[in-house]
Structures are given as C-alpha cells and as structure tokens.
Design a protein around this ligand. Structure first.
Ligand SMILES: NC(=O)c1ccc[n+]([C@@H]2O[C@H](COP(=O)([O-])OP(=O)(O)OC[C@H]3O[C@@H](n4cnc5c(N)ncnc54)[C@H](OP(=O)(O)O)[C@@H]3O)[C@@H](O)[C@H]2O)c1
Length: 377
C-alpha cells in the first residue's frame, strides 16, 4: 500500500468536505493501492498533529469529530481531549512543527501540505515545506497571487505542486492550460467567466431584470458572499486571472490587472454599511447597466463579466461578447473558460461546468493529491 501523508491547513467548508471525501473514498483508494494518512489539521488558531506521524494518521472517527466540531463553530483546540493520540500546537508553534514534519517526511516517505485556508499568511510555510521536498496542494488562491517572487518559488517545484481547484473549482482549467502549453501550442487568448455569482448576475441582466433586484435575490439564495461587494468587486476573478496569466509565464502582479468593480468606490465597505448598500447603493447602478445591456443587444451581443488574458494584458470586467459564443450562451452560475491557441484558433477549447461549491472544490483537491501518488513511497 502506498501511503500519502497529508497536513491540512484550514478546516472550513472546503477543508471539512475534503476530510469527508477522504473517508468515503477509502475503499476506492485501497483498490488503487493508496491510503491517505491525515497526520495534521490546522485552523486559524491551532494545529493538531497525530502522535506517530511515521506510522498512523488520525483515525476516521476522529476526522469525523473534527468535521462536526468545526461545522458547529468550535476551534480545533476543543478536540484535543477526544483523541489520546494527538498533540496540539498554537498558531505560533504551528509553522515550526509543520516544517519539522516536512524535514522528516519530505525527502523520505513524502508529505503533502494541503492549503484549504483562505489566508494570505500560509505562503511562508508552503515555501519552506516545498524547499524541503514536500508536495503542496492548494484550493487557496492567495499564496499564488502574492508577490511574483513567492509564486515563482512555489512554481519552481512544478512536479510537486498542484492547484487545480484555485480556478474553476473542480473543472480542469489549469490542467488544460498546462497541457496546451506543454504541447508547444502557443496560447494567444484566454477568456473566462470565472465567478458563479457574476455569471448568474449577468445572465439575469440579459433577461431584463434590474441589477439591484438580481443582487438582492442572489444574496437571499446564498449565491453571494455574506457581503455581496466581495463578489462584485471582481477581486476574486482577478486572482484567478492572475494565476492563469502567471501560468502563461507572465511576470505580473495583482496591481497590473485592470479590474472593473460592479459598484462605485463611494459605495464601498469603508464608506457604506452593507445594509445601506443593499437598500440604496445598488439601485443607483440599475439604469447604467440596463443601458449597456440594450446597446450590446442591438449588436447581437450580450454582456458577460469576464477575465480576458491577451496581448500581455489581463483585464477583468464587463465585456460585450457574441450571443452565439460559448460565453454568450452561458446561463446561470456555471463557469466557462475559452482557450485560444494555434490549434484552437477559430474554435476555442472550452471548459464549462459548476465552478464553485465545497463538494466540487474538495473533489478537485482530492484528485490533485492522488495525482501526486508517484512521488510517495
Ligand atoms: N468554496 C468554494 O466554492 C471554493 C472554490 C474554489 C476555491 N476556494 C478556496 O478554498 C479556500 C477555502 O474556502 P472555504 O470556503 O472552505 O473557506 P472558509 O470556510 O472561510 O474556511 C477557511 C478555513 O481556513 C482557516 N484558516 C484561516 N487562517 C488560517 C491559517 N493561517 N492557517 C490555517 N488555517 C487557517 C479557518 O480557520 P477558522 O475555522 O479558525 O476560522 C477556516 O477553517 C479559500 O481560499 C477559497 O477561496 C473555495
């Protein structure tokens, strides 16, 4: 049996779902001759580590208890008494402990550090463990969208890093871009609708609804972040665009991306409460967007909120696109990515499907871990 020891950073919606997938896939993995051994789990305040990282990982029963406790809002440290086989480390001690485990396992049996946090602070530990020979798997975009030098340090170990779920959740966007690049087929343009929320907003706008109504409905349906401005700012799409642009070899930073926010700066979180934004701020954008939809429609086009990577530029915002293109036909919250290259010049390579959700994202992370199996003893 090949053993893949992992340390999971972050035990929120995606992290918990990953633990559940690992448990429910035990028999499938066993038939493939693989066992995933969870040796450590962290949240924002502490790290739990299995006593004997060389032999046993955490038991499935204990992993299930972690999932229950974290979904009930308890910190990991409350679980220490439920397992006699774990040690607890504070947030400050966690990095040192993870690096120590990477030193002992990284070059021998192997170790994968799996970042399902939403933190920008994991980059240092990820750089350290990867320089010690460990693998890194990410759902978290932030370590890949910080300074270009940090991205390059992680990407340098390209055989040991996977981050498929950072763009399009479980969709094979990164894999497709990487395969096209590896085949020597130069990519000239990538256009993607990479936010389920903004995909939904734009297709509802096309149906003639008012922007303010759509956003309020999306919030009540749970399609948006708690403060919808986190989606409407375009920052999340920009991070995904940056990851794709950097995959193409562009040495750019987030500040180099032109981002069109779907709200005016005077309605931002620093100047207006969310309640005021929903009640008053949003409706001030209705007329302008209605006009833009009508102008596009006269030309047989539709509006989509997309990331366009082309001619050394990465822009994020509303674009008019032909109604009969893959992006133009997009309805609802699916993600769509069109990749244009010499081989896919007139008819782009199109990847489409659900691009968010804990289940699909965690499934993408699990597939990334399994993809690294050949690096484990
Ligand atoms: N959900 C999706 O559809 C989706 C799709 C693609 C990518 N992603 C990405 O996946 C990641 C996880 O998403 P999520 O929805 O699970 O987020 P979440 O529910 O907010 O969970 C984040 C987790 O990270 C922990 N955390 C925060 N800082 C940490 C640190 N420094 N070290 C270790 N853990 C830390 C938090 O700890 P506490 O529990 O103590 O707060 C929490 O357990 C995010 O980066 C997100 O952008 C999500």
């Amino acid at each position: 049996m090949k053993s893949i020891p992992i340390i999971l950073l972050g035990c929120g919606g995606v992290g918990r779902q990953l633990l559940q997938h690992i448990i429910s896939c035990r028999s499938i993995h066993s038939k493939q001759g693989i066992v995933i051994k969870v040796v450590g789990v962290s949240d924002s305040t502490s790290l739990l580590v299995s006593d004997d990282i060389m032999l046993t990982g955490m038991e499935d029963e204990f992993l299930t208890a972690i999932c229950h406790a974290k979904s009930a809002g308890s910190p990991l440290k409350f679980l220490l008494n439920q397992s006699g086989h774990c040690q607890l480390f504070t947030e400050k001690e966690a990095v040192e402990k993870i690096v120590a485990i990477a030193s002992s396992l990284g070059g021998t049996t192997g170790l994968a550090v799996v970042d399902c946090s939403a933190s920008g602070e994991t980059i240092d530990v990820l750089k350290q463990v990867s320089s010690l020979g460990s693998c890194v798997v990410l759902a978290n975009k932030k370590p890949l969208t910080c300074a270009i030098e940090d991205f390059e340090k992680l990407a340098f170990h390209f055989r040991r890093i996977r981050f498929e779920s950072t763009v399009g959740a479980g969709l094979p966007v990164i894999a497709s871009v990487t395969r096209v690049i590896s085949s020597g087929d130069p990519i000239s343009r990538i256009v993607g609708s990479l936010s389920g929320t903004l995909g939904y907003v734009m297709s509802e706008l096309e149906d003639g609804k008012a922007f303010s109504e759509i956003v309020r409905a999306a919030k009540s349906l749970g399609y948006t972040e708690p403060d919808p401005r986190d989606d409407l700012s375009g920052m999340d799409v920009a991070r995904k665009g940056l990851i794709l642009a950097r995959l193409l070899g562009w040495r750019i930073n987030l500040t180099d991306i032109k981002i069109e926010s779907l709200y005016l700066s005077e309605f931002g979180p620093d100047s207006m409460s969310m309640e005021d934004f929903l009640a008053k701020g949003l409706s001030q954008l209705d007329e302008k967007l209605k006009e833009r939809v009508a102008i596009a429609s006269l030309k047989g086009n539709v509006l989509r909120y997309v990331c366009v990577i082309q001619d050394s530029r990465c822009n994020v915002g509303i674009q008019e696109l032909p109604k009969d293109s893959a992006l133009g036909r997009l309805r609802g919250s699916d993600n769509v990515v069109e990749i244009y290259s010499r081989c896919y010049e007139k008819s782009p390579l199109v990847i489409q499907g659900a691009g968010a959700g804990n289940d699909t994202t965690a499934a993408g992370v699990l597939a990334d871990i399994i993809d690294l199996q050949d690096l484990f003893a």
